[in-house]
Design a protein around this ligand. Structure first.
Ligand code: 2AM
Length: 223
């Protein structure tokens, strides 16, 4: 019999437990429901709709097909650079199938994506591939990505607008974090969950007053 190379998955990451997924979906949907009723949001509605005065139902606007997760390594079944090396890491093998708790510290909303920022612990950083924050980042965003601490791109994609790929969420997050670092925050609104900031061009950032934690399993996904 022939020994086959173990196949590489589509991606590795921390996957929310089903009951946690429901809880996070409910909490974040409540936030979207409130956001699209805020005057501050309505003022910039054209950045979502292309027209002033037109209303938007953000709950319908964002779609997500995958289970909620925080990607560590996108492998693309081995086609992505460094996929095999990552899968062979001792820490990946040891952590596989184990429970872990993620801490969500902020939510982002842009005309393209809806996401949750994840603050990785030092232990979790060991599963975050070297250079992952910069991988596939467009040249215009690269200096920003390089100026931020490792792990800044870590997130859970909560939804994408029509025609947008989920890889965009991490790019939108880096973009927003870089703008914040430059002190480019505009309007701020106090909400129950925390402080909402507007960063121009339809970019919104909610810094949570209290982090939202979620129980996960570190594992992989293949379609
Ligand atoms: P996400 O992590 O922002 O949600 C399958 O497409 C999963 O891998 C999605 O979760 C997606 O984005 C992530 N992904 C796709 N392409 C990627 C890339 N080039 N770099 C990092 N993550 C990627």
């Amino acid at each position: 019999t022939q020994q086959k190379e173990p196949e590489l998955p589509f991606f590795f990451g921390w996957f929310l437990l089903p009951e946690e997924e429901e809880r996070i979906k409910c909490a974040t949907m409540d936030f979207l429901k409130t956001l699209d009723t805020l005057e501050a949001f309505k003022e910039h509605i054209s950045e979502f709709t292309g027209e002033a005065e037109k209303e938007v139902d953000l709950e319908q606007y964002f779609q997500n097909a995958l289970p909620l997760h925080c990607t560590t390594k996108f492998c693309d079944y081995g086609k992505a650079e460094g996929a095999k090396e990552y899968a062979e890491l001792q820490v990946v093998k040891e952590s596989f199938g184990k429970s872990d708790e993620l801490s969500v510290t902020a939510l982002i909303v842009t005309p393209r994506t809806f996401g949750a920022r994840v603050a990785l612990t030092e232990t979790q950083m060991k599963l975050w591939p070297e250079g992952a924050d910069k991988e596939g980042v467009p040249p215009a965003l690269l200096p920003s990505a390089e100026s931020l601490p490792g792990g800044s791109r870590a997130h859970v994609t909560l939804g994408c607008s029509a025609g947008v790929e989920s890889v965009q969420t991490g790019l939108d997050l880096l973009d927003i974090l870089a703008l914040q670092k430059e002190g480019k925050e505009g309007t701020q609104v106090e909400m129950d969950l925390g402080t909402l900031s507007y960063l121009s061009e339809g970019r919104w950032f909610l810094a949570l007053r209290e982090p939202i934690t979620a129980d996960t399993t570190y594992s992989s996904f293949s379609e």
